[in-house]
Design a protein. Structure first.
Lengths: 244, 175, 175
């Protein structure tokens, strides 16, 4: 090995590649890809021999380099197309290296700013402590228990006037609210729920049908998945997002 | 003047940046001064702060010296730290009334009565210390049960929940 | 003098006591002054602090104003203040820089630039309040878009995002 540098000291494959290029004063716009690929892979072998785990990202770049090298070895077509030359297989790599280089270059300046700002101390003001010393304003100022009761009574009166009591059920169940309810119930249950468990205690025909329609809609949207272990068995419903 | 400006500036920084009150021993040790010198410096700085029209003051608490705001300016700090002191909206009061009379109650049950979503109203009421989570309902999803807080009783001047005015029995039949 | 001492004293309290930098709008609103009046008062106070031998300074940070200690006194404060959080690791700072200059940006886009995975670095940066989720990118999977916070500006002592050092000052051949 020409260079005694440990792989762990590199932030990633781009860092290692840029190091190789800079160290040998190579032209980043015309990288001798064979030479660089060999040197890069040498590092990986060395790491491997030391029984050190090589991060997958380094291996991916190794494969990319080999693939570029292979493309460069392919014979060029004898006649170039009129307008543009064949795309250089290195181009994408160079663009990415240049982009990474910009950030690598700015780090030092950001580090200086970070250290400078660390010299400035703020007052360790604790809002919680401060506020605990202040009585919060009474959110119910001007309102008495009787007012609250009146508000409640009035609300109940409006409800009873507008619709007979049994009609309230139909108000409760819409496909949209049931979809939301199913989502709430299922998302916290990794193992899923049986269909009957999705129904509220207030079993009536409207609630069952609405819940079923909501379930169908969720299936259509791929939000849930349903399984039946045997014909006519209970339907198990799983929240699709829970599967990952 | 006995001291150069610098030790006083350091002392100012110390009082400003420490979370706990500073003893004269600690001050002397950081500034590398004798106790007498540290005390003289401190008193000088205290006079500059406390006898002026400045907003800040340095006070001696049991455990040491501390920098803080002068008490007369507290209302302005409240204004910026706790901007929310608006009265509750009608929907919030309605939701609170339902919880007061029906507790323990789940969000879905409240929504069944009110016919609209109450999620943000519940957050408001929790933030204002009027309601809290008091458990979980058995059953699918184990939904949160809400109830009123002791602050709620205090704000209404009630001794207990039984002091809530009774309702007209028939109307409370809705479920 | 244009102002009585009192508004300046209040302003001093506000700058002392608020955890985040205060915008000129907030200052004007608490003091019930016009923007121009608030600004004049603020600049007056800043001169009194910054151009003197005092230990404290008022600076423009994250589009607001904040009181802090002058940097030259840091060595004394290190001795007595709570230890500061560790500086960011190089990989974390690199990731933060990419987000700062290229926001809004997805995790995959960051990884394309860094060439390595950044998932755990993103959690670190979020935990330290330096970045946050600022939306979702349209398209398959609707991936999360990340951006920097005001704490980020404070952390690097920046007045605003425009205050970031220019990224492309060197040769920027291919784009």
């Amino acid at each position: 090995m020409d260079y005694q540098i440990r792989l762990e000291s590199f932030e990633g494959p781009f860092d290692l590649l840029l190091h190789l290029i800079e160290k040998q004063e190579l032209d980043i716009y015309d990288i001798p890809i064979g030479q660089i690929t060999d040197q890069y892979l040498d590092y990986l072998w060395a790491m491997d021999q030391l029984d050190l785990t090589i991060a997958g990202d380094f291996l991916v770049m190794g494969a990319t380099l080999l693939s570029i090298k292979a493309k460069m070895l392919l014979p060029k077509p004898p006649i170039q197309t009129m307008e543009d030359e064949m795309e250089d297989p290195r181009e994408e790599l160079v663009i990415r290296l240049l982009e990474y280089q910009k950030f690598k270059a700015i780090i030092e300046e950001l580090q200086i700013r970070e250290m400078q700002q660390r010299e400035v101390y703020e007052h360790p003001f604790n809002v919680e402590n401060f506020l605990s010393g202040i009585k919060p304003p009474n959110p119910l100022r001007g309102i008495g228990a009787a007012d609250l009761t009146a508000i409640y009574q009035e609300m109940l009166e409006v409800l009873t006037k507008v619709e007979p009591i049994h009609e309230l059920y139909t108000e409760e169940y819409t496909v949209a609210t049931q979809m939301e309810l199913i989502g709430k119930l299922l998302s916290s249950k990794v193992e899923g729920l049986f269909f009957f468990e999705l129904l509220s205690e207030n079993l009536n025909i409207t609630s069952i049908i609405t819940t079923f329609l909501a379930l169908l809609e969720l299936i259509r949207l791929s939000k849930v998945e349903v399984y039946q272990e045997k014909p006519f068995g209970s339907i198990r419903v799983l929240w699709a997002d829970n599967k990952l | 003047m006995l001291f150069a400006e610098k030790p006083k500036a350091i002392l100012e920084c110390l009082l400003f940046a420490t979370a706990m009150p500073l003893s004269i021993d600690e001050i002397a040790s950081v500034l590398e001064l004798s106790l007498e010198e540290a005390e003289e410096l401190l008193f000088q700085l205290m006079r500059e702060y406390n006898d002026s029209d400045r907003g800040l003051q340095i006070t001696l608490l049991a455990e040491g010296y501390q920098m803080g705001t002068k008490p007369q300016y507290a209302p302005y700090l409240e204004k910026i730290c706790r901007p929310r002191s608006n009265p509750l909206s009608k929907p919030a009061l309605e939701t609170l009334a339902i919880i007061a009379y029906r507790q323990p109650i789940t969000r879905t049950e409240i929504e069944a009565i009110r016919g609209v979503r109450v999620e943000h109203l519940l957050s408001t009421l929790i933030e204002r210390d009027l309601i809290k989570e008091i458990g979980r309902k058995e059953g699918p999803g184990r939904p949160i049960l809400y109830g009123t807080t002791s602050e709620f009783l205090i704000y209404l001047g009630l001794k207990s929940l039984e002091d809530l005015p009774p309702l007209d029995k028939q109307q409370d039949g809705i479920r």
